[in-house]
Design a protein. Structure first.
Ligand code: KG4
Ligand code: ZN
Length: 333
């Protein structure tokens, strides 16, 4: 079963060819970050224009790299949401055109389900499982009792983890998106500021990162006003420790309570070195026999391979060209 999948929900134009939901034949990702950097964030109109310019080239490249023809494909898959509406529409319309031209089934995929199913490209999912989804727009603990069943048992009440990284990154002057840069700096400093670990001891699985973000920003501004210079690496390390402590502690607690067979990490912030190491160590120490899957760095950020992996599940549900499909910018799991 060969699926050509397309992802254009934010600022990466991506196409992939996936075999049987778990094998990557190609996964081409074109990032637009350089075009958005000078604005300090993703500009939706610019994102749409880039997707229009690149989508056909990226699809051709994915097909060529996989050595397949359109006649070899069994289905097309595309991210229908959540994301930027103009960006999503480019992928949805490209997918519809190919489905119509080659009379192929069109499978719509939820972007967050895609991030979760990136793990299926690494190892088979075992249920029940617990997924920690951490991206630029989402921070959620998701309990899955079987394929396609998503129960959100906890989520952020304000900022997403990635969003908090990007906002504090701006304050200490690293380029957008700040997450990766802060992570690199965090490896060079020490946790000297002891920022708050919000909601860590509360009896729920929700998160909050806006208090931490404000504490960080206030610390930097107060120092600026006094003409003091704070150690940037220590700031980054202190911030990262505060984020990772809360994410790891709540994930481990939920995994125990829900007695899961597997823990998986998903989303752009899954690339974070502190989170990867912290979760590995805590799971090994506190949840002896529970396997932890962490996607390779290439599958943490937005990519079409994860969309093809998630689509494979729904292959029986969508058997026609589905030309009524529309973008769903506010789609939930
Ligand atoms: O999943 P993703 O590519 O896009 C969304 O669906 O949101 O996640 C992007 C987010 C950005 O906020 C980025 O700063 C963050 O992931 N990110 C990181 C790291 N790499 C990417 N955050 C912390 N540490 C990293 N190494
Ligand atoms: Zn994403």
């Amino acid at each position: 079963m060969l699926i050509l999948s397309i992802e254009t929900s934010c600022d990466e134009t991506s196409a992939a060819v996936i075999e049987n939901g778990d094998t990557i034949l190609s996964n081409v990702v074109a990032s637009q970050i350089n075009s958005h950097k000078r604005f300090g964030g993703v500009v939706p109109e610019i994102a749409s224009r880039h997707h229009v310019e690149y989508i056909t080239l990226i699809i051709e490249e994915a097909m060529e790299e996989a050595y397949v023809q359109f006649s070899d494909l069994d289905a097309i898959a595309v991210t229908e949401g959540p994301g930027l509406v103009g960006a999503l529409l480019i992928g949805v319309n490209a997918a519809k055109a190919i489905a119509f031209a080659h009379n192929l089934p069109l499978i719509p995929v939820n972007h967050i389900a895609g991030h979760i199913y990136a793990n299926q490209l690494e190892a088979p999912l075992e249920f029940p499982l617990l997924a920690l989804v951490v991206s630029g727009g989402h921070t959620e603990l998701v309990y899955m009792k079987e394929h396609g069943s998503f129960e959100i048992i906890g989520e952020t009440r304000d900022d997403a983890a990635g969003e908090a990284y990007d906002k504090i990154g701006r304050v200490i002057g690293v380029p957008y998106p700040g997450g990766k840069h802060i992570d690199e700096m965090a490896q060079l400093g020490e946790d000297t500021f002891n920022f708050p670990r919000a909601m860590i001891d509360e009896d729920n699985y929700d998160f909050s990162f806006s208090g931490l973000k404000s504490a960080f920003i206030n610390k930097v501004h107060n120092a600026d006003q006094k003409g003091e210079e704070l150690n940037r690496e220590d700031l980054a390390t202190s911030f990262q420790h505060a984020v990772v402590d809360v994410l790891v502690s709540k994930t481990v607690r939920a995994a125990k309570e829900y007695d899961v067979k597997q823990i998986i990490l998903a989303g752009g912030v899954a690339a974070n070195s502190g989170l990867r190491a912290g979760l590995k160590a805590a799971v090994a120490e506190e949840l002896n026999d529970v396997p932890l899957i962490i996607p390779p760095l290439s599958l943490c950020g937005d990519n079409a391979a994860m969309i093809g992996a998630a689509a494979f599940l729904d292959k029986e549900k969508y058997t026609d060209t589905n030309l009524a499909l529309n973008a769903q910018p506010g789609l939930t799991l």
